[in-house]
Design a protein around this ligand. Structure first.
Ligand SMILES: Cc1ncc(COP(=O)(O)O)c(C=O)c1O
Length: 399
């Protein structure tokens, strides 16, 4: 019996590709510091659990397909605080940002249509692109200038009659980029001149360090019919397991079809929406210590990496990731070696080889993505292990 070509072509995410090696290492008694996944160790606010404990309905019913009204109202308030006004029918709740992405792509793309996206990009987008047969046209960016966008004319060259949208995450996974106002203005101009949708994945909005400000694409009034914002509570409230996200757009026709897709899966998880409502009710001051904590980790990571011989990375400005160039030929081989052969006092680190975050063949081979989601002591230890690992690996294999 054969499975569909659609699923057979699916690739394993670079973040999870090395899981079998990690499982084996754990079986052999090694402790692993996970710098490969974006699973923060920050506690989920207690308000989430309390709201679920206080849920007294005798039957756990399907919720409205559009999402609980109370949750949509809270999200509406959250956006109003950012200076953005959305009516309730411009906010639809999804099962994580992931479903928001999937539904958006289903609604905008036919097979063979093209999407423009700066690379490296969040590798899980590929599952959706591949399932829907969307052709990815990468906009090349480089760590040498902090992964900022190239000139407008470079991007325009990539547009064909089949291009339907420009998509990006801001702040960016996996690069930690925060796009500047002029870069977003350029995207706005390109999208206007070429009649393209803009899919702005803003799930890391709260996590910006230093001078910059998170500019939502929703701020571009003249782009409102072309803009789709992807959002989620996973990172904002450190609640990845709650599976609540949303799609926000002022394009009524688009939202009409998103709603149909929401109806097709009946309901987002009711209890998770109850918890998420309580999260959005929390005062904004909640973000201050959380952001400080990530900033501290970002600083540790950057300082420690800067001290390592041959290692290069630009200072991440947002989210909690960094693309790091290592002085090895194959980052993947090195990452596997770290899991299989290396340890410091029976501890090692797991990194994500960055090749899978690129579309262009051959790019990212000597890079890894590091997530700074561990507390400072663990991050410092991880950096010591990485430094020792690099020295030993190079002396063994790359002299
Ligand atoms: C850029 C980006 N977008 C969307 C998501 C999806 O998150 P979730 O489905 O948990 O909301 C993630 C998760 O890591 C992400 O990094």
């Amino acid at each position: 019996m054969e499975l569909s070509k659609r699923v057979l072509q699916l690739k394993t995410s670079p973040v999870r590709k090395l899981v079998p090696y990690a499982e084996e290492a754990i079986k052999n008694g090694k402790k692993i510091y996970h710098l490969n996944i974006g699973q923060p160790d920050i506690e989920t606010p207690v308000e989430f659990y309390d709201a679920i404990k206080n849920f007294k309905d005798k039957t756990l019913e399907y919720a409205h397909s559009a999402g609980l009204v109370q949750l949509r109202e809270e999200i509406q308030k959250y956006y109003r605080n950012l200076g953005l006004n959305y009516s309730l029918d411009e906010i639809l709740i999804t099962v994580g940002g992931s479903e928001a992405l999937y539904f958006t792509l289903i609604s905008l793309f036919d097979e063979g249509d093209e999407i423009l996206i700066p690379e490296p990009y969040y590798a899980n987008y590929n599952s959706f692109y591949d399932l829907l047969n969307i052709k990815v046209v990468p906009i090349k960016t480089s760590g040498d200038n902090g992964f900022h966008l190239p000139e407008k004319s470079e991007i325009e060259k990539l547009i064909t009659p089949k291009t339907r949208a420009i998509m990006f995450s801001n702040p960016g996974n996996p690069t930690g980029i925060v796009y500047r106002k002029d870069e977003l203005e350029m995207i706005n101009e390109i999208s206007k001149e070429n009649n393209l949708f803009v899919i702005s994945d803003e799930v890391y909005r709260e996590f910006i360090y230093g001078e910059n400000r998170a500019i939502s694409f929703g701020e571009f009034e003249d782009a409102k019919d072309r803009t789709i914002i992807i959002d989620s509570i996973s990172k904002r409230y450190s609640a990845c397991g709650a599976r609540i996200g949303c799609i926000i757009s002022k394009n009524k026709e688009f939202m009409k079809y998103i709603y149909k897709l929401c109806q097709s899966r009946l309901s987002a998880p009711t209890l998770d929406m109850v918890g998420a409502t309580a999260l959005y009710e929390i005062d904004n001051s909640y973000f201050i210590p959380v952001k400080e904590e990530y900033e501290k980790r970002r600083n540790i990571l950057f300082q420690e990496l800067s001290k390592m011989e041959g290692v290069k990375c630009s200072e991440p400005e947002g989210a909690f990731y960094s693309i790091v160039k290592l002085p090895v030929k194959s980052a993947e081989t090195f990452c596997i070696w770290l899991l299989e052969k290396f340890h410091v006092n029976n501890e090692t680190v797991m990194l994500a080889p960055a090749e899978g975050f690129y579309k262009t063949e051959g790019l990212g081979k000597n890079e890894v993505r590091i997530s700074y989601v561990l507390k400072s002591e663990d991050l410092i230890k991880s950096m010591e292990i990485l430094r020792a690992g690099l020295i030993e690996y190079r002396s063994l294999f790359e002299k």
